[in-house]
Design a protein around this ligand. Structure first.
Ligand SMILES: [Cu+2]
Length: 495
């Protein structure tokens, strides 16, 4: 058993047996710079001081995930998640980014309509924040909704760069017409820590054999799979399950949860026993039909806003469905007033995540809602198992990034992008600087669901409509860091 497994199973034992979670039964190696344990761990990141003017300092830091479980990483302003950047729609914003590391960095504003040279992607021509230097990002905050910011550097074989680090944070753009129909608002970022390369499939359970799999090839690929990125430690925000303050609620309260998957690698599914999530927005954009679900599935890069009505008093675990992830930290205790007791977990009833239930139903004209596009662009994604360095490489229309002239948009035209996933992994596909509307998923039509990141299931197919209304270089990629680093990107340009 290596150190990582020891850490994982040691802590898991503590949680599984329900002994006092603040007293782990083992001593994990402590970082020499470990600070005094903080008296009051934060469940929610704090808003920055002056509206419209923010500072982020990129620097090495340590995160105390649990007593004596301390990881060393790079973060924003010594917080994980970084400071909550909260702004009004249409507001002019300046973010001064100071880089106290030895490498160039990029801060990407995920889900915002910002120019290419501000977007925070090297491929689009954004200048870096130089090592031991600074750079001021200025933009107008739009569109309203749950956005986020994160590092956009390539990591390649270095699992201490890019989204493997603690460089991520919530960015909220408040709309003038938020009805505010909730009593509490919480920010919950799902994360893994201490990544390592492994031959184990990290996304088992993602493939549902009952899925239609329209892109499944007749002959399976027999080549051995390459190394993937695993992780021994999980958290919500900066705390492992049981190590932070519980989410304290009152019976009858409506709690608005802003869920973010800030993970570099894994799709997560979460549930809260005895409660349903009323999903009101996907990737920060209100859905046409809010629906109650027992389980939320959320991929790297995605956000889900959901209201939970607190109508089942007790002390419960809001956590990842997979035992290994939850017992290794991915969860938070939800505690009703005067209900201090051991937190309980019970798996949810049979579930199935389906974006289309939140869209306009076909009976009301989902198909009719979509006039034929001006142009259709087919994108075929394939895996080259176990390529150089034993890592899977990824092809977009037959080749790895870069794609110089393949994808050209004309301003004002509407494009239908058809994503053909010819691989046995699910991929969260992200388009920078634009929103798209989901038109079809595995043959099922829908309308009104606007996203910037969409999971295309293993051997699945999705179609999205995109209006080319934000001229400038636009990066498209899988939001799984390793896939993106090893070919799964494409650059769109405007004619
Ligand atoms: Cu991918």
């Amino acid at each position: 058993m290596n150190r990582r497994d020891f850490v994982r199973f040691g802590w898991a034992t503590v949680i599984a047996t329900g002994t006092d979670m603040r007293q782990p039964a083992f001593a994990a190696p402590q970082h020499p710079m470990a600070p005094e344990p903080r008296a009051t761990p934060r469940a929610t990141p704090r808003a920055s001081a002056r509206a419209g003017d923010f500072t982020l300092r990129i620097a090495p830091m340590i995160v105390e995930l649990a007593p004596q479980v301390v990881v060393s990483t790079i973060g924003y302003s010594n917080k994980v998640p970084g400071p909550l950047l909260r702004m009004r729609e249409g507001q002019r914003v300046a973010v001064e980014v100071v880089n106290d590391t030895d490498v160039p960095e990029y801060v990407h504003w995920h889900g915002l309509f910002v120019p290419s040279d501000v977007d925070g992607a090297e491929e689009e021509g954004t200048p870096p924040v130089p090592p031991h230097g600074r750079r001021r990002y200025q933009f107008v905050a739009r569109p309203a909704g749950s956005r986020w910011y994160h590092s956009h550097t390539a990591a390649m074989m270095d699992l201490h760069r890019g989204t493997y680090t603690g460089q991520f944070g919530f960015l909220m753009i408040d709309s003038a017409n938020d009805p505010g129909l909730y009593d509490q608002e919480v920010f919950l970022a799902l994360r893994e820590w201490e990544p390592y390369l492994t031959t184990m499939d990290q996304d088992e359970g993602a493939m549902d054999p009952s899925d239609p799999m329209p892109e499944k090839p007749a002959q399976p690929d027999k080549r051995p799979n390459g190394l993937e990125v695993g992780a021994p430690l999980y958290s919500i925000n900066d705390k492992m399950l049981g190590a932070g303050e519980p989410l304290r609620v009152q019976p009858g309260q409506r709690v608005l949860m802003h869920l973010l998957n800030a993970s570099p690698s894994q799709i997560h599914r979460v549930a809260l026993y005895g409660h349903s999530f009323q999903v009101i927005a996907l990737d920060g954009n209100p859905v046409p039909r809010p629906q109650l679900v027992d389980v939320i599935e959320i991929a790297p890069g995605e956000r889900v806003d959901a209201i939970v009505e607190m109508n089942h008093p007790g002390t419960w675990i809001l956590g990842e469905l997979r035992n290994v992830a939850r017992q290794s930290g991915m969860g938070i205790v939800v505690e009703y007033a005067n209900q201090q007791q051991r937190a309980r977990w019970l798996p949810p009833p049979k579930w199935r995540w389906d974006y289309t239930i939140f869209g306009t139903p076909p009976a009301f004209g989902a198909t009719a809602a979509h006039a034929p596009p001006d142009e259709t662009i087919d994108m075929v994604f394939e895996k080259v198992p176990g390529g150089p360095d034993g890592i899977n490489h990824w092809l977009v229309n037959g080749k790895e990034y870069p794609h110089e002239r393949e994808f050209v948009l004309r301003e004002g035209r509407r494009y239908r992008l058809v994503f053909h996933n010819r691989s046995d992994d699910s991929h969260p596909l992200h388009m920078h600087r634009h929103l798209f509307e989901l038109v079809e998923l595995n043959g099922k039509p829908t309308a009104g669901i606007r996203k910037d990141t969409v999971i295309v299931p293993a051997f699945g197919r999705a179609a999205v409509d995109l209006v080319a209304d934000h001229p400038g270089l636009t990066l498209f990629h899988c939001h799984i860091q390793q896939h993106m680093d090893f070919g799964f990107m494409a650059l769109f340009r405007y004619a």
